[in-house]
Design a protein around this ligand. Structure first.
Ligand code: TXA
Ligand code: MG
Length: 308
């Protein structure tokens, strides 16, 4: 049985015991384990049914703690100072031998972020060390934005869940690598435009699905059970409509066309339409700007033929 926890201290205790706890972040719920404990990290892959080549993000309380584990380049520090705590993950050279090799899947870099959710922050502060956490869903399924989504996939497969209500952002973090120039590896909850304005130049893009450097770029990663039809301006027989803007829809991501609201609703609404047994989810066109880029990225993956 998976225990439901009420306090961040209880969650930190679960981590110290080498067990798994799902916890809220501002983006999506994460499935956490002590990043320095090989067995605990291995249990993440087992619980998610995740291919071991897919490395995990580590979560720490502060930028100072991050510097114990990674080499901060000048540009990485500029981004960390501007956006941490927040929905930004930086892929940086590993400094330290303490992080389990399972976390990095053998890479010489590690993905790291400082989340901005009061409950996650309390848990990380009490725990002290780095917490490895992918999204708390079965591999290949939609990321959870509330505790009930987590339990749908992982009840009985993980030790505990810390329930603190729905996530504000609703999309996973934006991932930036440095090779050496700042490169977008995954669009996400922090708008590319904001990152570029702090850097003063455009990001390079490295999202070629044929040769993914960030393995989460695999095409069919974000998959509801229903098939997905994009940029729908009509509804065909047997389809449900996930709307955006001023359209009559089964569920509407944002009637006013607000991309922040649409991002927060995206995964929850895909879950709800799936639960209705919809065969195909048609989705209204979403503008390719701001958080619309990350929403479209997740929807394009959901619409691809499935690999699992
Ligand atoms: O918002 C988020 O990022 C959530 C919350 C829980 O923090 N986490 C999340 O984790 O989305 P996950 O495991 O579902 O996605 C992590 C992504 C994967 O696509 C993985 O391939 C990539 O990060 N990644 C991890 N380490 C990497 C590395 N060293 N180099 C390149 N990509 C890496
Ligand atoms: Mg995930």
């Amino acid at each position: 049985m998976t225990k439901i926890l009420a306090t961040a201290d209880d969650a930190a205790e679960v981590l110290k015991n080498g067990q798994l706890v799902a916890f809220p972040t501002e983006t999506v719920y994460g499935l956490g384990a002590d990043a320095c404990d090989d067995t605990a990290v291995a249990r993440i892959f087992d619980a998610k049914g995740r291919p071991t080549f897919n490395p995990l993000i580590i979560h720490v309380f502060s930028c100072d703690i991050a510097e114990q584990y990674v080499e901060m380049t000048d540009q990485a520090r500029i981004l960390a100072e501007a956006f941490w705590p927040g929905p930004l993950t930086l892929v940086l050279p590993l400094k330290d031998g303490k992080i389990s090799r399972l976390v990095t899947a053998g890479l010489v870099t590690v993905a790291i972020r400082v989340p901005n959710h009061p409950v996650a922050r309390d848990m990380l502060k009490t725990f002290g060390g780095p917490v490895a956490a992918p999204s708390a869903n079965l591999s290949g399924q939609i990321s959870p934005t509330c505790a009930s989504h987590v339990l749908q996939g992982l009840n009985g497969r993980i030790d505990a869940i810390l329930d603190a209500g729905p996530c504000d952002v609703g999309l996973e973090s934006t991932i930036i690598g440095f090779d050496p120039a700042p490169t977008l590896l995954r669009p996400g909850g922090l708008e590319v435009e904001k990152i570029e304005s702090v850097l003063g130049h455009p990001l390079l893009q490295d999202m070629d699905p044929a040769a993914p450097r960030s393995p989460g770029q695999l095409l069919s990663h974000y998959a509801p059970k229903a098939s997905v039809r994009l940029s729908a301006t009509d509804v065909k027989p047997g389809e449900v409509l996930l709307g955006f803007g001023d359209v009559a829809a089964d569920l509407n991501l944002s009637k006013t066309g607000d991309l922040v609201q649409a991002a927060a609703n995206l995964f929850a609404y895909l879950h709800q339409l799936d639960a209705r047994g919809a065969k195909t989810i048609a989705v209204s066109p979403i503008p390719e700007k701001g958080l619309g880029r990350a929403i479209n990225d997740r929807l394009r993956r959901a619409a691809k033929p499935r690999s699992n």
